[in-house]
Design a protein around this ligand. Structure first.
Ligand SMILES: N=c1c2ncn([C@@H]3O[C@H](COP(=O)(O)OP(=O)(O)OP(=O)(O)O)[C@@H](O)[C@H]3O)c2ncn1[C@@H]1O[C@H](COP(=O)(O)O)[C@@H](O)[C@H]1O
Length: 114
């Protein structure tokens, strides 16, 4: 199974969980608690990933990054954004150096990354 397959399978489950019983689904609980709670969890997972990255322990870093990706997908799902949109944006950037992209951004009108 490719990374794309996994993301899409998970995104399909997340979509279905929007209608699920919060007593039986963690994802449904997140949606019931609302956007601010989803954002809080995402922030926590980002911090835990940073801590694992600093410690340099590989297994915790993998575990926390999975939590971070998962909660990112829940946020995208909240806004009905498919992982397709993110993968398309990464594909668009593929082969474009971050330094070249930054130089283009500073010589053109405002962009989302300003
Ligand atoms: N990939 C995940 C996944 N990764 C992490 N988590 C949950 O995310 C939470 C992470 O929060 P924390 O680390 O803060 O743990 P916690 O202390 O228990 O959480 P809080 O009490 O602070 O809310 C845990 O409850 C994990 O179980 C996930 N929950 C669900 N999934 C996927 O989503 C699907 C749907 O899940 P349900 O909606 O629960 O059926 C599952 O089949 C999985 O494929």
């Amino acid at each position: 199974m490719t990374a794309n397959d996994t993301l899409f399978r998970l995104a399909q489950v997340l979509e279905m969980r929007k209608q699920a019983d919060p007593d039986k689904s963690y994802v449904a609980q997140l949606h019931r608690k609302g956007l601010d709670h989803i954002l809080k969890k995402l922030g926590e997972e980002a911090i835990e990933t940073v801590i694992a990255g600093k410690a340099g322990d590989i297994d915790p870093l993998i575990y926390e990054t999975a939590d971070l990706w998962f909660h990112s997908l829940v946020l995208l799902s909240h806004y009905n954004i498919s992982p397709d949109a993110i993968l398309a944006e990464l594909d668009r950037r593929f082969g474009l150096s971050g330094l070249d992209e930054k130089a283009q951004r500073h010589s053109s009108p405002s962009s989302p990354r300003d």
